[in-house]
Design a protein. Structure first.
Length: 192
């Protein structure tokens, strides 16, 4: 069994298959992948150490050999059967006969999307109407009712407010320029 440091220093690809000689240039993407694999290894090892402490020491090993047949294919394998059953049911409701083909599947999914869109539009419109009833028509901003630009009076009020805030600011020019993050006032206080 490998020690903790041996486990962490062994690249993941060497555990599975021997690694060919490295090229002279290092790829930053490979570095980040190796770093991620190192983090995963640490997590796995910590979990194994927890299990050992809990009393499962004999069952823990530092490697894994998959058993069974290798399964290749789509992640959604088996979904085609479900879709065909749904399409067949949809065709029966419509009075159509025969096996569901690609055209029927597309038609069913298009109809489903259209119905779903109508429900979403109804729900959105309901919420907008409730908000308009409570706060007024101009208070609710939508694509049909965009925000109105500020009037000259509102612009003047905002400018006056900014001017008032600027007068209240007692910081010196250096602090204002850096928003107080790197104030020169206090940087040399310890060197006197």
């Amino acid at each position: 069994m490998k020690t903790y440091n041996q486990f962490l220093t062994t690249p993941f690809s060497e555990e599975v298959t021997p690694k060919p000689p490295e090229s002279p240039q290092e790829d930053p993407a490979m570095k980040s992948k190796e770093k991620r694999q190192m983090q995963i290894k640490k997590q796995v090892l910590l979990k194994k150490m927890q299990a050992v402490r809990a009393g499962a020491g004999a069952d823990i090993v530092a490697s894994h050999t998959p058993s069974g047949d290798m399964v290749e294919g789509d992640v959604h394998s088996g979904q085609g059967e479900k879709i065909q059953k749904r399409t067949k049911k949809w065709m029966d409701k419509k009075g159509q006969k025969g096996a569901p083909g690609l055209d029927a599947m597309k038609a069913r999914s298009a109809e489903h999307k259209a119905k779903r869109g109508v429900k979403e539009d109804k729900a959105f419109n309901y919420v907008v109407k409730q908000l308009q009833k409570k706060h007024g028509k101009d208070a609710v901003i939508t694509k049909d009712n965009p925000m109105k630009p500020p009037t000259a009076k509102q612009k003047a009020e905002y400018a006056a407010h900014k001017k008032k805030i600027a007068k209240q600011d007692t910081r010196d020019a250096t602090e204002k320029a850096s928003s107080g993050r790197y104030s020169d006032r206090y940087s040399n206080s310890g060197s006197d």
